[in-house]
Each structure stands twice: as structure tokens, then as C-alpha cells.
Design a protein around this ligand. Sequence first.
Ligand code: URA
Length: 435
Amino acid sequence: MSIRMYDIIEKKKNGEELTRDEIFSMINEYTKGNIPDYQMSAWLMAVCFRGMSDRETFELTEAMALSGDTVDLSAFGSRSVDKHSTGGVGDKTTLIVAPLVAASGGIVAKMSGRGLGHTGGTVDKLESFPSFRTTLSADEFANQVKDHNIAVIGQSADIAPADKKLYALRDVTATVNSIPLIASSIMSKKLAAGTRSIVLDVKYGSGAFMHTKEDAEKLANMMVKIGNYHNRRTAAIISNMDIPLGYAIGNSLEVTEAIDVLNGNGPDDLREVCLTLASLMIERSCNIPHEDARERVENTLKSGKAYEKFCEWIEAQGGDVSYAHDPANFGKAKYSMDVISDTDGYISSCNTEKIGIAAMILGAGRQTAESTIDHRAGIILSKKTYDKVSKGDVIARLYTEKEETLEASRECLLSSLVFSDNRTNKEPLIHKVIS
Ligand code: URA
């Protein structure tokens, strides 16, 4: 190893800038196992206190992106496009946006994650379809993208392995919460995944990773800068996760709600976030003005072509498409319970993370990476923030295969809600678009 890790830690501790060589050597040697976790932890903690310059952050991202396999999508020219959400509750946007963009002229080649804790993951939702394949070989992935303009698979272990190791270390050393570290972690995987354009949905609020709009904006700005620096046409929206998105939380329940939107129905908030993301993606991947992109995706949704593309996609990845034609095939979980209001008034706010936890308790999410999930478990909300409720109204319906979880979930859900006598002012759904 040509660098001394001790010197790099010392430099960062003193707030000095690292050189490109130092950053690349550190990441390469750490990936190979030549730098011990205790030294890397010390460096991460120094970054938490001292920060990183833009240049350092760009280079850290690049070094992590190049630490493993990279996907070559050059055959698709400038049309390949990806989206990423920083995660939330009821966030099923990929299920809608991916076929919507593919049916509007974009090429969606995407790696998605699984849910952990209170947030859900696209891969789990897709696995609600019997026999849907979330692992494809590199050739199968490329062929599907060529034939259908859409493929969504699970994150390969060989993509940005440096980030995988670093993220696990940050998780246990209280060093997750640093804008350059989060931004470089997310963007290293996006760069390695190879698309020419990237659209980010950075969520803020009680159900999001970033609790304030200001922090979400700082993170979004940094990720957009990283993407653009590395020649990816990048944009971000800052969206509200103080309220779950849509009404369904839990895997097959969310797929059903997504199919509703693709069929021209479904909740307004979910449709609007999807149309905004899809128009930013089409603007970039088809190189057309934003207004034209918005009109195009609205027409695609209205015409039913996005729904047709959804069915084509599910079938192409081996899923049982009869479930897309008739979501009643997913079936209902064995046990259910209505959550009844014992208050008159308005819901003035909610703790969205707690609603995600209430769904996790029912079996919809994982407490640890090893937990198994139950695709039919979850929550259908009937009331959300700003709604009027009367004593005896149903606020939500809980679904589970484990009857003993119902009461704990009900209590968790009720404890998430704050009631008031008057309706509170509505926060915008989309706080900002950064492009
Ligand atoms: N998600 C990531 O992939 N990395 C982070 O650092 C935080 C969230």
C-alpha cells in the first residue's frame, strides 16, 4: 500500500483536503481488506465532523463506483434512465414510473433494493407476483432491456462493493448521517449501474431518512452535482414523507394500488409524484423540453399504454401476469382488523415512521435483513393527515397472517396520529425540483 492510512486520518481530522490518489488508494485498499475497520471508522468519524469538499466527494463516489462491476448500457445511447428514492412509507412509485417511462420512449434499466425497517423496497413488492425473477444474468438483463425497454432487478453484490462494506461499518459506528457520505454512497451505485440519466426522489419528513426539508435539499443538491460532474443528466425532487404516499402500505397491497394508478384511478398524491418523476426522466432520456415530456407521460398514462407495458414487463421477468390483470388474485391475508377512531376532529399530523413500523409488525417489512416478509400483510389507510374524523370512523384496516400482531400494530398506528379541532394548512407534496 503506497499510502499510510494513519496520515489520511490525521489529514481529515485537521480538515485538510485529500488528493485523488489518496482517496482512490484508501478505497481500493479497504475493499481488498488491507485497511482495518478501526482505521476506516476513525476516518469516517473525521468526515462526519470535518465534511468533504465537492471535489473529494466526486472522487470518493467515483472510487466506490469503480470498486466492483459496472454495467455497460452504451448500446442504448443516451436514452437509458434510472430513478432512485431515498425511501419512505407507501412509496410504490417505481412500479408506476418504470413502465410509464418505458412506454413513453425512455429505457429503464434499474437495480432496486429490498425493504428494511419501516421502509419498503421495490424488489419485495415485485416478488408479490408468483415466479417473478428479481435476479437475471447480465445477458438476460441486457436482452430484456433491448426487447422491452424495461428491466428491474435486485442490487447485485458486485456493484460498488466498497460502498457495501463502508455502509455496514457506518451503520455500527454512528457515521451514517453525513451528507457527503450518504450522497457518495447512493450515487456510487447509480454510476456503476450505468444509465445516462438519473432522477432522484429525496424525501423529507417523519417517514424519511432526512427529517427536514433543508437537509433533504442539501443531500439532493450534492447528489445532482455528483451526477452532473460524472456526465449523467441528473435531477432531483424534494418530496413530502410526513404523510404516507397513497393509502396502501405493504407489498401486494401496494402493487394493487400501483395497478389502480396505471389504470387511470388511484390516489392523486401518488399519481402526481409519479408524473413529476416520469416527466423529468423523459425530458432527460428523450432530450425534449419539460412541458412536452409532461404532456407525453400524461398521455401515455391516459391511453393505457403504461399499464400494457407493466403487464409486458411482469411477464418478461417470469411473473404470473394474471395477477396484473386481476389483482384480486393476490388474495387477502387471513386476519384483518379495523382501526376505529375514538376521537372527533381532524388528523393534524402523523408520525409516518410509526405507520411503517405498524405495517412491519404485521409482517409487511423486515426488522433485520434476515427476516422474511409476508406479501399480503399491511395496512390500507382510509384517513390521512388533513382529513376530518368522527368517533367510530374507520381510520385504517390491518391485514396479517399472524393474528397476534394485530393489537400491537393497532396501538402503534393510533399512537402515530395527532388530532386537533381545526384543519391544519396543507404542506405541498413536492417542495422543490432541482435540475
Ligand atoms: N442509502 C444508501 O444507499 N446509502 C446511504 O448512505 C444512505 C442511504
